[in-house]
Design a protein around this ligand. Structure first.
Ligand code: NDP
Length: 333
């Protein structure tokens, strides 16, 4: 069997391009005791990987040049030297962008039999779902009847936030980058109002109209000008959940916008960032609740699938122009 892997060839300047990645053919390694050989089924591409392509250290170390890119991968066990996994098991793990990976059995998370497609474990029942769950419920603490505004609302995390906020009885306002995405949020996920930030013009006026009772929770996936527009409409004791800042990931200079301190002070509001890995000890709780909502039909996993391992870099690059509706995955084939 021939293996293939995708490495970081050069550090992106601005929006990543194909040239930043290198496809390399390698051998399939053999496995030792306690290890399994995995065939990749679905690869997750995520905005935070852009941060790991910079040289500077963030909350995770940067990829080295020539290093295989790593992200969430759902795989099938091909061969096992672990008593815990057998050939044919479908598992999720943090692995390299490879056709075949070798992993220690301790790295693997089982998927739930019967949940289809398996890529759900990279989306609503995976890292993005957990990010939405803990970010919204632990920090946002939405109460029934409150208004929750979500930026990046038509993406993997945002869509799950919108749905959980609806389950909790909130008025949900989604901000997304196209009319098609906005329509999907309203018609398929029951979002109460949407704003297309690319065409709205006066975002402050659009938010005032969409949030007649002000904003109690703002779940921020994008940062930048979109988030600047939300601050003036927050209510007293509002909670602002800093999940992501994708609008600035490709900038080389420091981004300077509205300073939030006065709005936070005047409204006794909370603004808190978080990184999902800090919740690892509670993942079982999160997956359990998400899976229950999923199987009862209250939570949908929505995904955009790019076919073919070689197209993984393109799928990743597409995140920065909003090509995905829901979770962007690559079906390895
Ligand atoms: P998405 O599925 O939301 O994909 C990214 C989306 O961002 C695009 O579809 C696009 O949608 C939007 N976007 C891209 N560029 C811009 C821009 N310049 N301004 C506004 N919107 C933009 O990704 P995820 O759901 O995986 O992640 C969402 C956010 O959450 C990211 O910022 C990510 O880094 C963060 N995150 C944080 C975690 C944590 O632990 N704190 C964990 C996981 C994710 P559109 O068409 O609407 O523009």
């Amino acid at each position: 069997m021939q293996n293939k892997e995708i490495r970081l060839a050069s550090r992106p300047a601005g929006v990543p391009t194909d040239e930043n990645f290198q496809l390399v053919e390698t051998e399939v390694p053999s496995i030792a005791d306690g290890e399994v050989l995995l065939r990749s089924l679905y690869i997750s591409v995520d905005p935070y990987l852009r941060g790991r392509m910079r040289e500077s250290k963030s909350y995770v170390p940067p990829f080295q040049l020539g290093q295989v890119i790593e992200s969430g991968v759902v795989s099938e066990v091909m061969e096992s030297k672990s008593p815990d996994f057998k050939k044919g098991d479908v598992v999720s793990a943090y692995l390299g962008w490879r056709l075949y990976n070798v992993a220690n059995a301790r790295q693997l998370m089982r998927t739930i039999p019967g949940v289809s497609p398996p890529s759900t474990f990279l989306g609503a029942l995976g890292m993005p779902g957990l990010t939405a769950y803990f970010g919204l419920l632990d920090i946002g603490k939405p109460k029934e009847g409150e208004t929750v505004v979500v930026s990046g609302a038509a993406g993997a995390v945002g869509m799950t936030v919108c749905q959980i906020a609806k389950i909790k009885g909130c008025r949900v306002v989604g901000i997304a980058g196209s009319d098609e995405k906005s329509k999907y949020l309203r018609d398929e996920l029951g979002v109460d109002a949407t704003i297309n930030y690319k065409t709205a013009g006066d975002m402050f006026a659009a938010l005032k109209e969409a949030c007649p009772n002000g904003v109690d929770v703002y779940f921020d996936n994008v940062g930048g000008a979109v988030s600047d527009a939300v601050l003036p409409v927050i209510n007293d004791r509002a909670r602002i959940v800093l999940c992501g800042q994708i609008s600035i990931y490709n900038l080389d200079k420091v981004d300077v916008g509205l300073r939030p301190q006065t709005s936070l002070l005047v409204h006794s509001a909370l603004m808190q960032g978080f990184i999902i890995t800090k919740y690892t000890s509670r993942f079982a709780e999160g997956v359990g609740q998400l899976a229950q909502w999923f199987t009862s039909g209250q939570l949908k996993h929505v995904e955009t699938v790019v076919e073919g391992f070689e197209n993984t870099p393109q799928a990743f690059i597409g995140l920065f122009s909003g090509e995905n509706l829901g979770k962007q995955v690559v079906k390895v084939g």
